[in-house]
Ligand binder design. Sequence first.
Ligand code: OAD
Length: 249
Amino acid sequence: MEIPEKLIQILASAKRVVVLTGAGISAESGIKTFRDPDGLWSKFNPAELASMDGFMSNPELVWDWYQHRRDIINNSLPNPGHYAIAEMQDLFDNFTLVTQNVDRLHQRAGSKDVLELHGNIIDNYCIKCRHPYEDFIDSNVKEMPKCRQCGGLIRPAVVWFGEMLPEEVLINAERASKISDVFFTIGTSAEVYPAANLPMIAKSSGALVIEINPNLTSISHYLDYSFRIQSGIALPLIVEAIKTYRNKI
Ligand code: OAD
């Protein structure tokens, strides 16, 4: 991967940097994306498995699917892309990581204060009284837990289709995008809103926007740089290039 010298210079002097990630950042950890040809939505129906209506019509099926996904995540490790992003938080005065992922691999790689737009798959809460369910959940146990307060069904703390994103998280992500000098959109198809708006908010507010994705997306041609490469390869090279440049000057 060739990183233009001009881009390295801009990155090395950037002060406010935002990184937006999607499922692609975790692809090299062995976690399937959603919209790639072998992605989750090619085999599973999001209306059935990622909506409140789907959960209410067949809670066991939905719970079972999330248990299966938890099992995969528990047995996966962060990859060089996650670690490079964790390193980026110390390279810039102001750094914000926004993710659509629910797998918590960023945090496992050392990223802090991650803005999780779509919640996470580790936590759970009651659908009736919304009380958090904090007992340990073994991803190998089939039986669905019940709320200790009211006996209601327990669901994963992910955002499903038709649900609002956590308001404060979204406000903070939009604010950071608006004031960023540099914005990275990494491993996301940019098909799901409002997350897909963030690169456009950054671009229209004057940020330099860089995409890292092995495939073209619907926003690729609006952006300043679009690298057709896996994030686990590109990000360590970018971090290294910034450090080398700064050490030279
Ligand atoms: P998608 O599955 O829509 O897109 C994944 C993107 O990652 C694609 O553009 C791939 O080309 C790219 N990709 C694949 N391997 C990669 C790699 N090694 N490095 C970099 N990029 C790679 O996933 P998202 O955009 O994250 O929402 O999807 C957004 C939301 O749609 C998800 O959060 C989920 C889903 O429905 C909910 O469940 C609410």
